[in-house]
Structures are given as C-alpha cells and as structure tokens.
Design a protein around this ligand. Structure first.
Ligand SMILES: NC(=O)c1ccc[n+]([C@@H]2O[C@H](COP(=O)([O-])OP(=O)(O)OC[C@H]3O[C@@H](n4cnc5c(N)ncnc54)[C@H](O)[C@@H]3O)[C@@H](O)[C@H]2O)c1
Ligand SMILES: N[C@@H](CCO)C(=O)O
Length: 353
C-alpha cells in the first residue's frame, strides 16, 4: 500500500476540508484507491508553518482551532508562513497549493508551483491563477522533472470537466463552449430573483465558502475570465491570456432587472464562453446574458456550474455539477492525486513487465 506525503500550502476552506477528509477517509482510500495521505507540512499566511516528517495528525490540525501564528506552538512549527522552505525541504511527494487566487499575475502561487516542480514534487492545485497564467510553463517544468501538475479543481471545483473533456471526449473535437462557471455569481443571481438584495446575497455566498477572498472577482467576472482562459487553452488549444477575454460581471444588474426577466420566462446568467473562429483564432468572453427557458444553462441554480461543449462529432455535450464549496473542491484535489497514483502505478507495471 502506498503512502503519499503531502504538504499543504494555504490552510483555508479547501485544504482544511481535505484534512477533514484525510482524518476520516484514509482507511476507505487505502481499501478502494490503494493509497493513504499523510500530511507532513502546512504553511498558511495567517497560521504560520509546521513540518513534521512523520506526519501531523489531520484531526488535530482541523479541530485545534489555531489562532494567528498558532502553528508556532506545534513541534517543528513556526508562527510565520515559510512557503519556500516548506515547499523545497519538507519530505513531501505532493504539494497541495490552495492559497488565494491572484487574477493579475497568479503570484505567489506560480512561484509555489515552480519551487515544488523544480524540487521533484508533484503539484495539485485548485488555484486558478497559476493555471490560467502559467500552465504552459508549469506543464513543461513538470515534464522536465518527471512529476505531475494537476488542476482539475481550477474549473467547476470537483466536477471533472477538464479530465472528462480531455480523456473521455478525446477525438470528439471541441469547437467551443459556453458555461456557468462561477458558483457565487450564480447563487447571488438566484437569491436576488427570490428578492434578496445584492450585498446580502454575496454575504451568504461568502458564509457558504463559495466566494473568493475578495468577492469582487466573482461578481465582476474576473474569476470566470480565468476559467474561460483555462478551458480555451486546454480544450481548444488556444494560448489566451486573461486580458484577451472581454469581461463584464453581474454587479450592474438590479433585483428589478432579474425579476422582470423571470416574469417573461427568462433568467440572467453570467456566461463564460469561447469559440474557434473560421480563421482558426479563438475568441473568449464573459458577460451576463438573459437566457430563455429552453436553453441548457437556464435551469442551473445555486452554486451549481454547467458547461456545454460544442463538439464536431457529438454536437453539444453538457455537464453540470458543483462549481464551488469546500468539500466539493477538496474532492478535486483527491481526484488529482488519484490521477497521479494511477499514472505512477501504470508506469511501475510497465517497467516491471
Ligand atoms: N472555495 C471554493 O469553492 C473554491 C473552488 C475552486 C477553487 N477555489 C480556489 O482554491 C483556493 C483556495 O480556496 P479557499 O476557499 O480555501 O480559500 P480561503 O480564502 O478559504 O483560504 C485560502 C488560505 O490560503 C492562505 N494564504 C493566502 N495566501 C497565502 C500565501 N501566500 N502563503 C500561505 N498561505 C496563504 C490564507 O491564509 C487562507 O487560509 C483559491 O485559490 C480559490 O480560488 C476555491
Ligand atoms: N469563487 C469561485 C470558487 C470556484 O472557483 C466560485 O464561486 O465559483
């Protein structure tokens, strides 16, 4: 049975949920997936950092309710975050990057990924910044170091849109897509349709763990723009940067706009899309749109996301599932680790044959 030592960078909603799962699910994973996860280090801007080569107790990490700098009280702990030392020196096989998404330049998460990959450690991340801004470089770095860079949770949280499109739909020829790719804004639009004001709806999304640290990214479309870039680059072979994608959010929609649309059987949705043009170029956009009832995205409610892939051989293929949430996104990290484990197991089997 395999044990993967992991280092958690960021210990907010998502990585804490992963630790919660580790505390209860390791025996199940050992039986069904063939591995266990062992947390050997954590570094968080607020809590500090800690390395324990034999492993930290996941339940204690989750339940201790550490105050600012609280990791400093642990053996091997430091009241300050020390990401570079943790990433480079902790005895981890996998670095789990779940710090804030920076939609401008992806930093410091891009550096976190570089340090890990250059140290021969796999990276799994839910952080959209490094994927949207530096995926090509980081994939090349992973290849050069014979490790993996996996990021399923960067789009639609644990709903496996990237792997599904790349693996299961290989050969179907994706020509474009349109999707609801931000759980917070979709949740806010739904709550406003029910009569809640914008600020209260955003506060609810924050309390539920859907929103970014700065929810402006959710409601102004910047988060969807990163996801459009990720999907266009992954599925359409584009080389888009965030500034190539036009972007408008939902903050200018009033409750009366939303309720007026509902009365005519339409719904406002924040739609992220990209299309391959006749000349081969790819155009991406993010914009609020009024969708009619028969549209495949109109009935997608709450923090659920959906994406409709326009394929050459199958026509439209629509997937929907959770697009945000702590446990849902921690599952994406687990699915990335499963992908690494399966690839490694296949390699060992090939070498042994
Ligand atoms: N929550 C979701 O539903 C969801 C879904 C998909 C993707 N994501 C992405 O996953 C990442 C984590 O999300 P979350 O909900 O856990 O966020 P969060 O705000 O709850 O937690 C982020 C944690 O990272 C820490 N942090 C920030 N910058 C750091 C740094 N430089 N060094 C060390 N620690 C740092 C913060 O102290 C915080 O504890 C984000 O990039 C987010 O965009 C979240
Ligand atoms: N804040 C994001 C998290 C998932 O990327 C959302 O609401 O969709």
């Amino acid at each position: 049975m395999k044990i993967y030592n992991i280092a958690l960078i960021g210990f907010g909603g998502v990585n804490r949920a992963l630790a919660e799962l580790i505390a209860i699910k390791n025996p199940l994973w050992e039986r069904d997936l063939g591995f266990r996860l062992n947390i050997v280090a954590v570094s968080d801007l607020h809590l500090g950092s800690v390395i324990s080569p034999n492993g930290l107790d996941a339940k204690t990490l989750v339940e201790a309710n550490f105050a600012k700098g609280g990791f400093g009280r642990l053996s091997g702990g430091n009241a300050e975050a020390d990401n570079e030392a943790i990433i480079k020196t902790a005895p981890a096989d996998i670095v789990v990057e779940a710090t804030f998404t920076n939609p401008m330049d992806g930093e410091p998460a891009v550096s976190h990924c570089r340090w890990a990959l250059n140290s021969g450690k796999h990276v799994v991340t839910t952080n959209k910044g490094p994927v949207a801004i530096a995926a090509r470089e980081l994939k090349a770095l992973a290849k050069a170091n014979s490790v993996h860079f996996e990021y399923e949770g960067s789009v639609m949280s644990g709903t496996p849109v990237i792997r599904m499109a790349e693996k299961t739909l290989a050969g179907a020829e994706v020509k474009g897509f349109e999707g609801i790719l931000n759980g917070t804004s979709n949740f806010v639009l739904g709550r406003m349709e029910e009569g809640l004001d914008f600020a209260s709806a955003v506060a609810e999304a924050q309390a539920l763990g859907y929103a970014e640290a700065d929810p402006t990214a959710d409601v102004e479309g910047f988060d969807v723009r990163l996801k459009v870039v990720i999907l266009a680059n992954e599925l359409l072979g584009a080389n888009l940067k965030p500034e190539d994608v036009s972007c408008n959010g939902i903050s200018k929609l009033s409750p009366s706009d939303i309720q007026a649309a509902a009365k005519t059987g339409r719904r406002w949705k924040l739609v992220g899309s990209a299309v391959r043009n006749a000349d081969g170029t790819i155009t991406g956009s993010v914009a609020p749109k009024q969708l009619a009832l028969g549209h495949p995205l109109t009935g997608v409610n709450g923090a659920t996301n959906a994406v409709s892939l326009n394929t050459e051989l199958l026509g439209p293929v629509t997937m929907s599932g959770p697009g945000a949430g702590r446990v849902e996104t921690a599952y994406a990290l687990l699915s990335d680790i499963v992908a690494i484990h399966n690839a490694q197991s296949a390699n060992f089997a090939k070498e042994a044959a």
